[in-house]
Design a protein around this ligand. Structure first.
Ligand SMILES: Cc1cc2nc3c(=O)[nH]c(=O)nc-3n(C[C@H](O)[C@H](O)[C@H](O)COP(=O)(O)OP(=O)(O)OC[C@H]3O[C@@H](n4cnc5c(N)ncnc54)[C@H](O)[C@@H]3O)c2cc1C
Length: 338
């Protein structure tokens, strides 16, 4: 069996760059190794944390128990018909590497999700999304190992119960499964989604033939200009979700704040959390080692030497202030790890 490392640093395994340790840490690249590690953990009665790229977690401090990093690799074409391909990817594959593979092979559907950090295995957890696309639109099925029995179960689209930055794995099945493989249905004929955000403008600037490679490049350029690179400044992307409110609540807030930024969402409206935080004066907020990014009000940053507890306290201050000013309670998108 792979021997778990004791008192291992997780600094390189979390995009906030927090200097925290795991009581035990191991990485696995085979299902049998995962099963053995789970047995070992059961015998020792340890807590478990599954980790991919660590780009959507905030460690509040050192982590007791066993931290397992998923390194299950492999991208395989497993199906094809006249219009589409089915591509399976190991959960440990870096998300952007999968997107680049699809762009190279001219398999359409993931290009708007270029450059989202993290692993393929975590992508269904919160139904990752950007620039008008969420993975549920291209998701085919996933395989997940039941942590208790060690059996692998297949989940269909309906089984995953996807929502906005949500899935069954964050709700009723939280902590019960390790996602080991995800399959996507990708199109031979691309239907490009270019109307969201600044994509159209960036495409015009790039010029030339319009194809999935060009859309991917436009998204990469926009993201690089707007979002801080976690290798340079610790962060986990958007810290908060965009709150969805009823039409009545929306009308009330809009009355006091006519410039409110919001989009229709189901029966209600999705408010731009970044706009609310910016309006409340938090953008660029500086507490020395940490604070709020100066270009992106949704992004909390570790400028070096912050602790998870402090970042968590900052997020709580923002939530309380937004609730007091707008009557809306923000929810954290990032997973808090005690
Ligand atoms: C700069 C930046 C920009 C970002 N932009 C976006 C964006 O545009 N859209 C978006 O949706 N997200 C975005 N994110 C958030 C993040 O990239 C995604 O949530 C990503 O899917 C996290 O993947 P990960 O492998 O790093 O997950 P981790 O942070 O390692 O894990 C996240 C959660 O999933 C669980 N988990 C991880 N792997 C598995 C598995 N195989 N099986 C079961 N549970 C698992 C973990 O226990 C944890 O609870 C951004 C993050 C950063 C740092």
């Amino acid at each position: 069996m792979i021997a778990p490392q004791e008192n291992a640093s997780l600094r390189q395994y979390n995009s906030f760059g927090l200097d925290v340790n795991a009581e035990y840490f191991a990485a696995f690249s085979k299902l049998d190794d995962l099963r053995e590690l789970l047995e070992w953990r059961k015998r020792k009665k340890l807590d478990l944390l599954l980790l991919g790229g660590g780009s959507n977690v905030l460690f509040k401090g050192d982590k007791s128990g066993l931290v397992l990093r998923n390194e299950l690799m492999g991208i395989n074409l497993v199906g094809e018909d006249a219009r589409s391909y089915v591509l399976e990817s190991g959960a440990g594959v870096v998300w952007h590497d999968l997107v680049m593979h699809c762009v190279k092979e001219n398999m359409a559907g993931l290009e708007n999700l270029s450059l989202i950090p993290g692993s393929v295995g975590a992508s269904p957890m919160q139904n990752i999304g950007a620039y008008g696309v969420e993975i549920e639109q291209v998701f085919e099925y996933l395989d997940a190992l039941h942590l208790e029995s060690g059996e692998v179960h297949r989940f269909s689209h309906a089984d995953c119960q996807f929502g906005y930055r949500e899935s069954v794995f964050k709700r009723t099945l939280k902590g019960e499964y390790c996602i080991v493989k995800v399959a996507f249905r990708l199109q031979k004929e691309a239907s490009l989604k270019t109307s969201y955000g600044a994509i159209q403008e960036e495409l015009e600037r790039l010029g030339g033939e319009l194809n999935i490679a060009k859309v991917s490049q436009a998204v990469i350029n926009i993201r690089q200009s707007k979002l801080p690179d976690p290798k340079l400044i610790g962060n986990a992307g958007s810290f908060f979700k965009n709150p969805v409110v009823s039409m009545e609540e929306y009308a009330q807030i809009k009355e006091n704040h006519p410039n409110l930024v919001a989009y229709p969402s189901g029966e209600g409206m999705k408010l731009a959390a970044g706009w609310l935080i910016d309006q409340a004066g938090w953008k660029g907020h500086d507490r020395g080692a940490y604070g709020v990014h100066d270009k992106q009000a949704l992004v909390l940053v570790n400028r070096g030497g912050a602790t998870g507890e402090k970042l968590f306290a900052l997020s709580a201050d923002i939530i309380a202030d937004i609730e007091q000013k707008f009557g809306v309670r923000l929810e954290r998108e990032v997973n808090m790890i005690d």
